[in-house]
Design a protein around this ligand. Structure first.
Ligand SMILES: Cc1cc2nc3c(=O)[nH]c(=O)nc-3n(C[C@H](O)[C@H](O)[C@H](O)COP(=O)(O)OP(=O)(O)OC[C@H]3O[C@@H](n4cnc5c(N)ncnc54)[C@H](O)[C@@H]3O)c2cc1C
Length: 465
C-alpha cells in the first residue's frame, strides 16, 4: 500500500460494481477520497439531471462511507481551475473512468499532460461502454457511419475480448478529508418544485438498476422486439437514466442477458449497440455535437414560431399522441422511444422548427439525457444525421397513434381531458364534433397545423436543400 491519498474523480459512475477507477484507488491506497465536480453552468439547462445527480450523490455518499471513502462535492466554474489548485497539493494519486464525450476526452489529454509533467500518478480507465469508440473501425481504419455493419463488428470484437472481471471496491483503512469543500448536495436540487413528481417514478441507485435489469430479463425480454413499440405498456427496460448516470455498467447488462440463456436477447442488445454507435459517431465526427452532421441541412429553411414551440413543449398541439408524449416527459423525466420519434418528427417536419430546439428541451427535461444519444436521436429524426431516417419520410401522428396506441390508453393516461372521447376519435378528436364529450378549443386545443398541409410544406422546404 502506498502512503499517498487515492483520489477518485466521480463523474457518471455511481456504482461499486465494474467501477474500475474506484476499484484501483481502493486497491492501491489506505485512504481514498472521492470528489464530484459540480459545474453550475453545465447544469443550467439540465434541470431534470440536477434531481438525478443530487439523489445519486446522497445515495452514493452513504455507500462510500461504508467503505471509509469520503465524498466531497465541489462547486466549481471551471475544471481547469480546480485541477490547477489540486496539482499544487502533490501528495495524491488520481483515478478516473473515461466519459465518452469529445469535451471530456479532450480534457483527459490536458490532465494526462499535467499529471506527467508534475509527476503525479494517475490511472485513466474504461468507462461505461462495451467497446471504446476507437476500437471498432472499418478495415481501412475509418469509422463506421452506418449502424448495421458497425454493430456486426462491435458485437464480434466485444465477444472476442475477455470482459473485465467483476471488481469490487475494497474497504479503506481510514477515512479522511482532503479537499474539504463545503458544497451541500441539497443545493444541487432544482429550485422549482417540478422535480418532486420524479420521486413517484424513480429511485436512483445501483441496487434498483440491478433489480430492474433482472426483472426485465426474466419477464420482458422475450417479447421485447414487439412490445418495445407500444407506449401504453411497459415493454422496455426503462434502464436509460441508470445507464446515463452509471448506476449500471453496460457490461453487466450484457452479461445478465447472456447468463439468462434466453433466445430473444439480440434486439435488446442491439439497442445497447445503438448507444455504442452514437458514442462512436460523436467522437469521430465531433462537429455534429454543435450542428448538423450532414452539412446540406445548414441551409434548411427552418421557421421560428415561438408559440408553436411553446405548444409543443407543453403538450398542447392538438395531436393527442404528440401531447401525451410531451406530458409524459414533463411529468416523469422520461419518454417512450416510439413517442420520442413521433414528437421529434412533429417538431421538425410539421412545425418546421430546427431540431436543435427539441434537443435543448430534451436536454433540460430528460433524466436519461446523454449527449451522444440525444444529439444522434434528434439528427436521426431530422434526417441530418449519419444513419438517419430520410427527411421525406414524415410520420403521420394520427396513424402513428392508431397503430401504436390503438385503444388510446396511453393518450388517456396523460391527457385526462380526453377521457370521454371514443376510441374511434381518440387520435383525431377534432372529428368528434360532440360538445358533451369534449369541448374542443376549451378543454383541449384544435390542431395547431393541419397534417396534410404541413406535410406538403415540409416536403417543399426539403426540396430547397
Ligand atoms: C429524439 C430522441 C432523443 C433521445 N435522447 C436520448 C437521450 O438523451 N438519452 C438516452 O439514453 N436515449 C435517448 N434516446 C434513445 C431512446 O429513446 C432511449 O434510450 C430509450 O427510450 C430509453 O428507454 P429504455 O431504457 O426503456 O430503453 P430500452 O429499449 O430498454 O433499451 C435499453 C437501452 O439501450 C439504449 N437505447 C435504446 N434505444 C436507443 C436508441 N434509439 N438510441 C440509442 N440508445 C438506445 C439505452 O441506453 C436504453 O436504456 C433518444 C431518442 C430519440 C428519438
Amino acid at each position: 500500500m502506498v502512503k499517498k491519498i487515492g483520489l477518485f474523480w466521480l463523474k457518471c459512475d455511481f456504482r461499486l460494481n465494474k467501477n474500475q477507477a474506484l476499484f484501483e484507488a481502493t486497491k492501491n491506497h489506505d485512504r481514498v477520497v472521492a470528489f464530484y465536480l459540480y459545474k453550475k453552468k453545465k447544469f443550467e439547462n439540465q434541470e431534470a439531471q440536477k434531481w438525478w445527480v443530487a439523489k445519486s450523490l446522497e445515495e452514493f455518499e452513504i455507500k462510500l462511507n461504508y467503505y471509509n471513502i469520503k465524498l466531497e462535492v465541489i462547486d466549481t466554474n471551471s475544471y481547469k481551475l480546480f485541477f490547477e489548485k489540486l496539482f499544487k497539493k502533490k501528495n495524491f494519486s488520481i483515478y478516473w473512468n473515461k466519459t465518452y464525450e469529445p469535451n471530456y476526452l479532450k480534457f483527459d489529454q490536458y490532465l494526462i499532460k499535467n499529471c506527467e509533467s508534475k509527476k503525479i500518478e494517475y490511472k485513466i480507465l474504461k468507462g461505461n461502454i462495451l467497446n471504446e469508440p476507437d476500437y471498432v473501425k472499418k478495415t481501412d481504419g475509418t469509422p463506421f457511419k452506418v449502424f448495421t455493419p458497425y454493430w456486426r463488428n462491435a458485437e464480434k470484437s466485444y465477444l472476442e475480448k475477455i470482459p473485465s472481471k467483476e471488481k469490487k471496491v475494497l474497504k479503506c483503512k481510514e477515512k479522511i478529508s482532503f479537499l474539504n469543500n463545503k458544497m451541500k448536495i441539497k443545493d444541487i436540487y432544482p429550485k422549482n418544485n417540478w422535480f418532486k413528481k420524479f420521486e413517484k417514478y424513480w429511485s436512483p441507485s445501483e441496487e434498483k438498476a440491478l433489480k430492474e435489469l433482472k426483472y426485465f430479463v426474466n419477464n420482458k425480454i422475450d417479447n421485447y422486439s414487439n412490445a418495445r413499440n407500444f407506449p401504453n405498456i411497459i415493454g422496455t427496460s426503462k434502464l436509460s437514466p441508470f445507464i446515463t448516470h452509471g448506476q449500471i455498467h453496460v457490461e453487466t447488462i450484457w452479461e445478465e442477458c447472456i447468463k439468462s440463456k434466453k433466445k430473444n436477447i439480440s434486439k435488446f442488445l442491439a439497442e445497447i449497440g445503438w448507444r455504442e454507435f452514437n458514442h462512436s459517431l460523436i467522437n469521430h465526427f465531433p462537429h455534429m455535437v454543435k450542428g448538423n452532421y450532414s452539412k446540406k441541412f445548414d441551409k434548411f429553411p427552418w421557421e421560428k414560431k415561438s408559440e408553436f414551440l411553446l405548444a409543443w413543449k407543453k403538450g398542447l398541439t392538438g395531436y393527442p399522441i404528440v401531447d401525451a408524449g410531451m406530458r409524459e416527459l414533463n411529468s416523469t423525466g422520461w419518454m417512450h422511444n416510439r413517442v420520442r420519434m413521433i414528437v421529434g418528427s412533429f417538431l421538425v417536419k410539421h412545425l418546421l422548427i430546427n431540431w436543435t430546439e427539441g434537443e435543448k428541451y430534451f436536454k433540460n427535461s430528460l433524466l436519461d439525457y446523454n449527449e451522444a444519444n440525444n444529439i444522434s436521436g434528434w439528427q436521426w429524426v431530422a434526417g441530418s444525421g449519419a444513419d438517419a431516417a430520410p427527411y421525406f419520410r414524415i410520420f403521420n401522428p394520427i396513424l402513428q397513434g392508431e397503430k401504436f396506441d390503438k385503444e388510446g390508453e396511453y393518450v388517456k393516461k396523460w391527457i385526462p381531458e380526453l377521457k370521454n372521447v371514443p376510441k374511434k376519435f381518440i387520435h383525431k378528436p377534432w372529428e368528434l364534433k360532440n360538445d358533451n364529450l369534449l369541448k374542443l378549443g376549451k378543454e383541449y386545443p384544435f390542431p395547431i397545423v393541419i397534417h396534410e398541409k404541413a406535410r406538403i410544406k415540409a416536403l417543399n422546404a426539403f426540396k430547397k436543400i
